[in-house]
Ligand binder design. Structure first.
Ligand code: PLP
Length: 460
């Protein structure tokens, strides 16, 4: 590794995408038109877009070259072989089913294994994972370790599963009623926190003991491998790919949204060892996604995915990726911005309840920070608090979410050090002006997923 402190982006820029630089006055207008919900803003009104890391990666020159070489033959396409061989090399799973994105693979696998009376157990089910399981009639139970729920306690692997709870649950529900155990690496809904190899192995032993299926939700498996190499004893000399291969060796199958660590804008897959299960899933794939050699993907998508899945394990890339996310988090922490600690792989989470103690939860401190970040700096983020998860009791009173967080999700290979320095400067202004931030009131909301389309007004 380099002797210098500064971590340079390990790439040069060949093509640029214009950012429209806006003024504070313009942004106030735009935000009013968007009813104080930046989800409703057109992207050309945003300067730094931290809404999500999903499907927002910048592709490499090699990936773009691969796009040109995509083989669009209906059967026997070379791009399919390239994608299949790359995934097989990584997972060692014999049956590989391409899908148009992660949730399509979830619908097929969990729809088939789920149904009334079944239970799935995970560190934390991602929202589409939970939705697909519950839609099948099954239940989804999260059992991340206690440290994973405490925003400020340091633990190197806050994404770990509570193995005692896992064993108790399998016994309580009956092993035959467990649809599967799903290990999400890194734990997206739990702050992008990693899972240790030791924990992944302990879970494997329990699943084996009770003959329960074990799957990896591997959207961010390369990022998780980085944390294992640098935080867990015994992996100092392993490559990131070897660590990932060891994780895949433990499980019966995996699901990936390639929009994360495969560095593409669309795509996914399901990988399985069991022939019978794979054959059942393949039938569902053909009915709803496409023939087994392309799922919902075009040849060029599969080509870019295969190349991205190799690039993501390059040491210089991963070092830059994890350290640049941590750099932002560490600078904000030094400045006194309350946040979830330690910093996970793909995002920084700010504790808005602590930042704005004068804004009560029913006036949505997280949404207030989302609006302030946009007004002051043109930065788009997302509230993960009572706007997203709040419910109402019978009298119509808000039942708040346990935490009021704001997520800054960092797209891969998109922003440079100076963009990050700018974000840090915007936070200096946020801190100076924290007492003046105002809460919000919802004036219009849909029944489900209200963070997407709710409309707000500022509380005077
Ligand atoms: C994004 C994501 C999914 C769903 O994938 P899509 O490609 O968005 O359908 C599933 N699990 C995790 C952990 C994710 O981050």
């Amino acid at each position: 590794m380099s002797e210098f402190k500064t971590i340079i982006e390990p790439f040069k820029i060949k093509m640029v995408e214009q950012i429209n630089v806006t003024s504070k006055e313009e942004r106030l207008d735009f935000l009013k038109q968007a009813h104080y919900n930046p989800f409703l803003l057109n992207s050309d009104k945003v300067m730094i877009d931290f809404l999500t890391d999903s499907g927002t990666s910048a592709m490499s020159a090699n990936q773009w070259a691969g796009i040109m070489q995509g083989d669009e033959s209906y059967a026997g396409a070379s791009s399919w072989h390239h994608m299949r061989d790359t995934i097989y090399d990584l997972t060692g799973h014999e049956y590989i089913l391409p899908t148009h994105q992660g949730r399509a693979a979830e619908r097929i696998l969990y729809g088939y294994l789920g149904g009334k009376g079944k239970t799935f157990i995970s560190n934390t089910h991602f929202d589409t994972t939970r939705a697909n399981i519950e839609f099948s009639g099954a239940e989804a139970i999260d059992i991340v370790i206690e440290e994973g729920k405490a925003p400020k306690t340091f633990h190197p692997f806050k994404g770990n599963i509570d193995t005692k709870k896992l064993e108790d649950l399998i016994i309580e529900k009956g092993a035959e009623n467990i649809g599967g155990v799903i290990l999400t690496v890194t734990n997206n809904s739990g702050g992008g926190q990693p899972v240790s190899m030791e924990n992944a192995k302990d879970v494997a032993a329990i699943c084996k003991k009770y003959n329960v299926r074990y799957f990896l939700d591997c959207c961010r498996v390369a990022e998780n491998a980085y944390f294992i190499k640098h935080r867990e004893k015994g992996y100092e000399t392993s490559t990131y790919k070897e660590i990932a291969q060891e994780l895949f060796a433990l499980v019966d199958g995996s699901i990936m949204s390639a929009k994360k660590d495969a560095l593409v804008n669309m795509g996914g897959f399901l990988s399985l060892r069991d022939e019978e299960l794979a054959s059942a899933c393949k039938n569902l794939l053909i009915i709803t996604e496409g023939f087994a050699t392309y799922g919902g993907l075009s040849g060029r998508d599969m080509e870019a995915l295969a190349i991205g899945l190799k690039e993501v394990f390059e040491p210089d890339y991963l070092h830059y990726r994890i350290r640049s996310t941590a750099f932002l988090g560490e600078k904000l922490k030094e400045m006194g911005v309350p946040l979830v600690w330690p910093i996970g792989g793909h995002a920084v989470y700010i504790d808005a309840k602590e930042l704005y103690p004068h804004i009560p939860v029913h006036e949505y401190p997280g949404q207030a920070l989302v609006c302030e970040l946009y007004l002051k700096g043109g930065i788009r983020t997302v509230e993960i608090g009572s706007v997203m998860f709040g419910k109402y009791d019978e009298e119509g009173k808000l039942i708040p979410s346990p935490m009021e967080l704001v997520r800054l999700a960092i797209p891969r290979r998109v922003y440079t050090q100076s963009h990050i320095e700018y974000v840090i400067e915007v936070f200096e202004k946020i801190m100076e002006d924290r007492k003046n931030a105002k809460g919000l009131k919802i004036i219009e909301e849909p029944k489900f997923l209200r963070h997407f389309t709710s409309k707000f007004v500022r509380v005077a």
